[in-house]
Unconditional design. Structure first.
Length: 157
């Protein structure tokens, strides 16, 4: 029986040079990864905090094309989750309980900084859906995403 607790936990580790050293993104209840626990470490590992914060969905997907829609969704979820944690770490977001990333702690060591917290599944899903509305990359997926998002919003209204 699947677990009804969909809360997700994120831990992001930066090295002394403020570059991504590691991250884990998992379900709070069972500890299993969201997709794969560190799905984007090969793509994002070693990038600076500023580079990571500057990545748009379109830039990421242009640099790392993904054909499968589920993998694309999970990849954007991981990207936005890591960015959410870094936004809290840098003070761009507050990291409160109603934010996409609610920080539970930040620890500083000689060689690394670790920020941990909870991801709001609903807010993260809305952010991923919203990225289909920008229209800047001109892809068919963006147009399809925009149409699907508009239909969902109309259904909710």
């Amino acid at each position: 029986m699947p677990c009804s607790d969909v809360t997700e936990i994120l831990s992001v580790t930066l090295g002394a040079d403020d570059c991504l050293k590691a991250y884990t993104f998992s379900k709070r209840s069972c500890g299993k990864g969201v997709g794969v626990e560190s799905l984007l470490i090969d793509q994002l590992g070693g990038k600076s905090l500023q580079e990571l914060l500057a990545y748009s969905a379109e830039e990421f997907l242009s640099e790392f094309p993904i054909v499968d829609e589920i993998e694309e969704f999970l990849s954007l979820k991981h990207l936005f989750a890591v960015q959410g944690a870094l936004e809290v770490l840098t003070g761009k977001e507050s990291g409160g309980k109603d934010d996409p990333f609610a920080a539970s702690g930040v620890s500083y060591g000689e060689d690394e900084t670790v920020v941990e917290g909870r991801i709001s599944v609903d807010l993260m899903t809305e952010k991923i859906e919203a990225c289909g509305n920008c229209g800047t990359c001109g892809s068919d997926k963006v147009t399809e995403g925009r149409t699907a998002n508009e239909a969902r919003r109309a259904a909710r209204a």
